[in-house]
Design a protein around this ligand. Structure first.
Ligand SMILES: Cc1cc2nc3c(=O)[nH]c(=O)nc-3n(C[C@H](O)[C@H](O)[C@H](O)COP(=O)(O)OP(=O)(O)OC[C@H]3O[C@@H](n4cnc5c(N)ncnc54)[C@H](O)[C@@H]3O)c2cc1C
Length: 376
């Protein structure tokens, strides 16, 4: 029986474990750095139909309907005057069983975790070395080591395993933006709304059927390397308040209703690790981290994990390589979204709004910009 090590039990690693449950020729073990999961966390996540299709095939459709939401459109709003510019109908990408979904990240993790036998996940893991000759040997902080046939590296954006494997320090780059997340009380409907401001944008969407909404803002901010290392800065009330007060207000949202605010610098990948290592696959943010303006990070993490298994089963890297090509194209779209959501010059805003209005109704454009990704 072939042995697979999964380093990092986040969305990608846990999903991979779930699909391995049906493959009796493999045994697997997940090595997770944290001591446990926090299933109470309330922040949200959007999942497009491409990942929902894969999740439904492992039983996600049985998650209680009250814990998820199915937005049917995305509203684009100019924040400074609260004017709605246009909307995109999300149902055109849905099919009978798979729908665009928003939920709490913790709901997704809970679902993925419940199907993993407890003995297959090792918390508090401290990996110190990965050697790739004559199989893959993983060494741990307690001087023990274990041998595997395959390694899935899914330890997220700051993947240390990647640096261990490639013998160099690989670190994502700060993309000059800070993310501000929180819960928003009040009735904000069942759609996704994107408020575009000057050098910032924010997104609101429901995370369940109980009128709970996720709020996430992306705010342009130059920070020094000392500030970036100062974790206390991002938690400080003064910094959080300065981010909120820097947002362009709209009459539609009461910012006083925001709670559980949390901020963090947004890091992105600058490149794909250019090496091919036999039987080692990178997945999720460890493979590539996007700017969060396309809401595709988690969906792509799930799709990549699926393509890795297909590659292992077929004994070729073709699915994995094809996924890397589509991630690269999604990254370009994420950057374009980010740029257009943050415009500040009134003439550019005027032109952007005209283009958005036109494109949001153009079926051909929507199919090639979104449909290709969502219907993958
Ligand atoms: C502001 C913001 C909003 C976002 N919104 C969306 C959205 O709406 N939709 C969407 O699809 N995506 C979204 N994303 C992206 C998405 O969250 C990520 O792409 C996704 O979580 C990546 O999954 P992952 O499994 O690669 O990493 P993670 O889910 O981060 O999991 C990594 C795991 O590895 C563990 N780990 C770390 N280091 C080690 C180590 N050395 N050894 C062992 N374990 C380790 C961690 O504890 C963690 O459990 C957003 C991102 C941001 C920043």
């Amino acid at each position: 029986m072939k042995k697979i090590a999964i380093i990092g039990g986040g969305i990608s690693g846990l999903y991979f474990a779930n699909i391995l449950n049906n493959q009796k020729q493999f045994e697997y073990k997940i090595f997770e750095k944290k001591d446990n999961y926090n299933f109470l966390e309330g922040y949200g996540i959007q999942l497009s139909v491409n990942s929902i299709k894969l999740l439904n095939s492992i039983g996600f459709k049985n998650v209680s309907a009250s814990e998820i939401s199915f937005p049917t459109k995305v509203n684009f709003i100019q924040a400074n005057n609260s004017k709605k510019i246009c909307e995109i109908d999300l149902t055109q990408f849905n099919d009978y069983t798979n729908r665009y979904t928003t939920l709490k990240r913790s709901t997704l993790l809970k679902f993925l975790f419940q199907n993993v036998p407890k003995e297959k996940i090792k918390f508090n893991s401290n990996i110190t070395k990965v050697e790739n000759s004559n199989g893959i040997t993983i060494s741990f902080g307690d001087n023990k080591n274990e041998k595997f046939d395959y390694l899935i590296v899914s330890d997220g954006i700051f993947s240390q395993t990647k640096s261990l494997i490639f013998n160099e320090s690989i670190y994502p780059k700060y993309n000059l933006n800070v993310a501000l997340r929180g819960k928003l009380k009040g009735d904000y409907g069942s759609d996704i709304s994107i408020y575009m401001g000057s050098n910032s944008h924010y997104v609101i969407y429901p995370v369940n059927q109980n009128n709970e909404h996720n709020f996430v803002a992306i705010v342009k901010k130059k920070l020094s390397s000392d500030q970036l290392k100062n974790y206390d800065l991002f938690k400080s009330t003064e910094f959080l308040n300065s981010l909120v007060s820097g947002l362009q207000k709209t009459s539609q949202i009461s910012f006083e209703n925001l709670s559980e605010l949390k901020s963090f610098p947004v890091y992105v990948s600058s490149d794909f690790p250019g090496y091919n290592k036999k039987n080692i696959f990178l997945s999720g943010d460890a493979l590539f981290t996007f700017p969060p303006s396309f809401a595709q990070g988690a969906s792509q993490s799930i799709e990549t994990a699926n393509d890795i298994l297909k590659s292992i089963l077929k004994g070729t890297n073709e699915f994995y390589q094809e996924r890397i090509r589509s991630i690269s194209s999604i990254n370009n779209k994420s950057k374009l979204n980010h740029f257009s959501f943050h415009l500040s010059n009134p003439i550019n805003i005027f032109i952007r709004n005209k283009i958005l209005k036109y494109l949001s109704k153009n079926k051909k454009f929507l199919e090639s910009y979104l449909g290709k990704i969502y219907r993958a």
